[in-house]
Design a protein around this ligand. Sequence first.
Ligand code: CP
Length: 312
Amino acid sequence: MPRHLLGIEGLSAESIEALLDLSETYIDTSRSLVKRRDVLAGRTLINIFFENSTRTRTSFEVAAKRLGADVINMEVAASSVKKGETLLDTAMTLNAMLPDALVVRHQESGAVSLLAQKVNCAVINAGDGQHEHPTQALLDALTIRRRKGTLRGLVVAICGDILHSRVARSNIHLLNIMGASVRVVGPATLIPTDIDRLGVEVHHSMRTGLRDADIVMMLRLQTERMSGSFVPSTSEYFRFFGLDQEKLKVAKPGALVMHPGPMNRGVEIDSAVADDLKRSVINEQVEMGVAVRMACLDALMGGRRNSVAGVV
Ligand code: CP
């Protein structure tokens, strides 16, 4: 039976460490002149993105091609979804073409797990609604581990629209599993009502939330998931919750600034911080995304399941 990567919740610390260790080897591959390994030669991956993406979709394609796999990007807008075909019928149709993996992004929480029950191949969740975005949390963890040596004991402040963010949920799960302390920072309107269940400290002020933090992770306002008004205006939001050099001063002197992208400059982050290469690791996160996705594809499609037991 194939296995899947549907979320971080439920993974063990050992499985996460094993995936990060495997990702390290693929950083070297990507930095080589010849960026090609034949680990997945002859395998087929289909990307199905029902929501827009730059980083995730492209990096899954780059990752799979660097491992020798054939990649098909299904264009949802040009597909029979537009004629009324359901998600599950679409999945079963693609499954009949015998791919080895489907990488799926969907706007509904839980849709990717549902789809995974209907197909024979491996399924990777590339972001489902407000639920999880597991490969984003893994690439964030790899970025942090390479810069700080470990995740254990670090104070990580995740700031902004926590309510609508699958990135926040996956990161909270992963950071808790790996022994970091997690703070969420944002206006009460953008903090989930069930936040107590997630094992985090809640702050409604950047001054207290960022104090002595090792990592400051900024999130954009996910307006596409909002019905109604959650902040008075973007300029007011930036004044209280946008990261600038002044607000960053209360974090630890070597604190890293992270953002999963896409950024909305002047809304949740000031350009002077985003582009400050002494603090910002935003481009590094993108590079780590390719390595992490190579590791995940290898673990799921490359016959390596025994050596990263329990990953999926
Ligand atoms: N971080 C992230 O998921 O970016 P994309 O939406 O561009 O894939």
